[in-house]
Design a protein around this ligand. Structure first.
Ligand code: NAD
Ligand code: UDP
Length: 319
């Protein structure tokens, strides 16, 4: 039976990856220090013979006994409020954590896929963003801790590939959403849906003209799975090119949730990217992949998930 190590397993994407690899017949080893994740996301897997969980911080030496076919490195805070609250850990998990996992991959002769991000393009001056664009990142802004950690992560991964011949993959993930996002993680979809559920007004930052392109989690996981199995070492954008302004998105959410609240405006966070849309030509060509789930359908599933959360979870505020 093939064995896969997934870091960040108790988080949003990591937990969906665990489900996918279990369904594909793998022995799955999940690793997480629970700094932004939640065991609830994987508790359904604990009873399975072919699932193991290591409560471990990947910035310290990582050891897993036995063979490993694949490593998927997804551990990292991913929401702006998380990485602004824990900036040093964010830098460490992108740098030291990635170094540890590359070392483990070398030791085990395993293929490794790392979760990079559209944030490597910073506040992009090129639109849409293709993999050839070098980006526009402010190294020293508060947000820079995440962007630079991920840029370093890509550099060290390519260095291991070129210098040690390691079998590497780099997924540049664009805004992804769906069930198991943390309601209070500050990202725009949980933020708006949490506000809708609590009967609060929806907080649009800036004038809401900034854009994002949202990818449903099932599409994202399929893209990552295909990339892992493709013979390609350079970065690949995985995301949904359907772009929308944050103001229009807030209006869509008000319609979807059928709530009476208004939109209110708050200051735009420093270095908040003004536009973002993936060019997915490379993924289409290499992986025969493109997203299938329409925003209306994905948002409905996400709303149905958030509606099942308890009152206590709803009241837990983190910002
Ligand atoms: P998440 O916060 O839900 O999950 C991240 C998980 O990593 C959490 O369970 C957290 O506890 C764990 N973690 C953090 N630091 C760790 C450490 N030092 N050791 C062990 N575990 C640690 O976030 P997510 O949305 O699932 O993101 C997962 C990955 O995908 C991240 O690397 C993120 O940068 C990347 N990504 C996500 C998106 C997105 O839209 N969701 C977009 C781009 C990139
Ligand atoms: N945003 C907003 N209101 C909120 C939370 C976020 O207007 O309550 C905006 C945020 O400023 C950004 C966009 O929504 O322009 C997406 O934010 P998110 O944190 O989800 O992702 P990222 O900025 O990392 O793409």
């Amino acid at each position: 039976m093939k064995r896969v190590l997934i870091t960040g397993a108790a988080g949003f994407l990591g937990s969906h990856l665990c489900d996918r690899f279990i369904a594909e017949g793998f022995h799955v080893i999940g690793m997480d220090n629970l700094i932004t994740g939640d065991l609830k996301n994987i508790e359904h897997l604990f009873k399975l013979e072919h699932f193991e969980f290591y409560h471990h911080d990947v910035t310290t030496f990582v050891y897993v006994p036995g063979e490993l076919e694949y490593i998927l490195h997804f551990a990292s805070p991913a929401s702006p409020i998380d990485y602004l609250k824990i900036p040093i850990q964010t830098l460490k998990v992108g740098a030291l954590g990635t170094h540890n996992l590359l070392g483990l991959a070398k030791e085990k002769k395993a293929r490794i896929l790392i979760a990079s991000t559209s944030e490597v393009y910073g506040d992009p001056l090129v639109h849409p963003q293709s993999e050839d664009y070098y980006g526009n990142v402010n190294t020293i802004s508060p947000r820079g801790v995440y962007d630079e950690a991920k840029r370093f992560q890509e550099s060290i991964t390519m260095a291991y590939h070129r210098f040690h011949g390691l079998d590497t993959r780099i997924a540049r993930i664009f805004n992804t959403y769906g069930p198991r996002m943390r309601l209070n993680d500050g990202r725009v979809i949980p933020a708006f849906m949490g506000q809708a559920l609590r009967g609060e007004d929806l907080t649009v930052f800036g004038d809401g003209s900034q854009t994002r392109s949202f990818c449903y989690v099932d599409d994202q996981i399929e893209g990552i799975f295909r990339l892992l199995h493709a013979d390609y070492h350079m970065p690949v954008n995985i995301g949904n090119p359907g772009e929308i302004s944050i103001k229009d998105f807030a209006e869509e959410i008000l319609k979807l949730t059928g709530t009476e609240q208004k939109i209110i405006y708050k200051p735009l966070p420093e270095d908040d990217p003004m536009q973002r849309r993936p060019d997915i030509s490379r993924a289409k060509e290499l992986l025969g992949w493109e997203p299938k789930v329409k925003r209306a359908e994905g948002m409905k599933k996400t709303w149905d998930y958030f509606k099942t959360l308890s009152k206590e979870e709803l009241q837990k505020k983190e910002h």
